[in-house]
Write a protein of this length. Structure first.
Ligand code: 6PG
Length: 236
């Protein structure tokens, strides 16, 4: 099932809050809610609101990342650093529930294997995250899965090293399509007129091979969160 919510930031944040609240009532594991989050505009849009959200029980939420750049955890380019500064520090998220992707490890393949093991330990041998929050890049990429990349065919690994990302930096870790589409709910956020064309392609082209479209169609439940500008070229 693919749904869309179109509105201003308040409307989109409220919809995301509803999704989190609903999933949190009956999480996929007995540990509590599990999320995977991204960097970019979904992070800067929603994390400050999550930090101020008293109704969420972040203390019993496992936080994973959909992707991470090969930079130290203190680097301003780090998706982890962004989440820490905008959300997790003020939410006082417990350290053992925050599962950083160690994409700064020189042995990226080993870091991917370790993260895969961590995912399986927390959300099951065939990992089922409650919610994955993705942004969509201007080329239709989500997480660090880029259009036409061989990793889109990855069927065995839950986490993979990327050595040739067209978006800098080239080295990254990413969740793969099987684990993203296994999530109970996938939320894809896109904001601004610069995303309008790619939003239309990802949503309206029935056989689109854009990574965002593959995730949206492959997941059991996808919710697009779009502002009016990003939704501006949708025809239906
Ligand atoms: C990253 C992000 C990435 C991001 C998209 C969309 O590390 O680069 O996790 O996957 O979500 O590029 O970013 P914008 O929403 O900022 O365009």
């Amino acid at each position: 099932m693919v749904e869309r919510c179109i509105g201003n930031v308040d409307v989109l944040a409220a919809r995301l809050r509803e999704e989190i609240t609903r999933l949190g009532r009956a999480p996929s594991t007995g540990r509590g809610l599990s999320l995977a989050v991204s960097g970019g505009s979904v992070a800067t849009t929603f994390f400050p609101r999550w930090a101020a959200e008293a109704t969420f029980d972040w203390g019993s939420t496992d936080v994973f990342w959909a992707d991470e750049r090969a930079v130290p955890p203190t680097d301003p380019e780090s998706n982890y650093a962004l989440a820490r500064s905008l959300w997790l520090d003020s939410a006082r998220a417990p350290a053992d529930r925050v599962h950083r992707m160690r994409a700064d490890d020189p042995d990226l393949a080993a870091a991917a294997r370790d993260y895969d093991a961590e995912l399986r330990r927390v959300v099951g041998e065939r990992p089922v995250l409650d919610l994955v929050l993705l942004g969509m890049g201007p080329d239709g990429h989500v997480a660090s899965l880029f259009p036409g990349h061989a990793l889109l065919g990855e069927a065995g690994l839950n986490v993979a090293a990327v050595l040739d990302s067209p978006k800098p930096p080239p080295r990254r870790l990413t969740l793969t399509l099987p684990v993203l589409t296994a999530a109970r709910t996938v939320v894809i956020g896109a904001f601004g007129a610069s995303k309008a064309g790619i939003v239309r392609l990802a949503i309206e082209e029935a056989d689109s091979r854009l990574p965002a479209a593959l995730v949206a169609r492959g997941a059991g439940r996808t919710v697009w969160l779009l502002d009016a500008e990003a939704a501006g070229q949708l025809t239906a």
